[in-house]
Design a protein. Sequence first.
Length: 246
Amino acid sequence: MKKLTLAIICLVTVPSLYAACSDAPAPGVNWSGCDKSGQNYSALDLHGAILTRANLQGTDFSRAKLNDVDFGSANISQAKFNDAYLKGARLVSANAEQADFTGAILDMASFSRAKLLKANFTRARLVDVKFYEAKAESAVFNAAILNGSNFQRANFYRASFVKAEGERADFSRASFEEASLRDSKLLRCEFSKANLTNADFTGANLSKSSLREAGIDGAIFDKAILSDTGWVDFSRCPANAVGQCR
């Protein structure tokens, strides 16, 4: 009888470790695997929530507090994160196709292996963010801040980084085929062994960055600042180099 009573008490008092899809939106809520597509959670506080494998397609998280939220393997395609706070958020392997992160704060977030086709990061703050092996074809990073972020092996085919700014970002082995980086300011960044075929760097500032062993067939460097840039053949561009590494 004592054992039975104790078991009942434990069931009543110990919080559930599993998702309760009917739970109201709140910090730390567990909606793992739940269908919350098309909902409106704008301006709400959901920090620390567990949303792994959830269906959040078209859900509105604009201006929401989403710091440290786990979106791992979730479907957040076409979701809105405009001006939301996602510091430390985990979006590993998430489907974020056509998601809108305009103006979002994403410092220390992780998009490793995420699907980001046509995702919008215009004016987003992306400091120390991981995009390792992300698939970001036609994604938009215009005027985004990229300091210290890791974009290794990511695919940015036809993506746009117009007027993006970043220092010490790592784009090594990434693909920028036919991407636009016009008027970007990418100082001390790593592009070694990247695919820059037909990429447009017109007016970009690549001072002290490294393009060693990068593929630059058809790439455009018109008016690009190449001061002390490490060139594809391991030479170093002169301090006054503009448009050409000489």
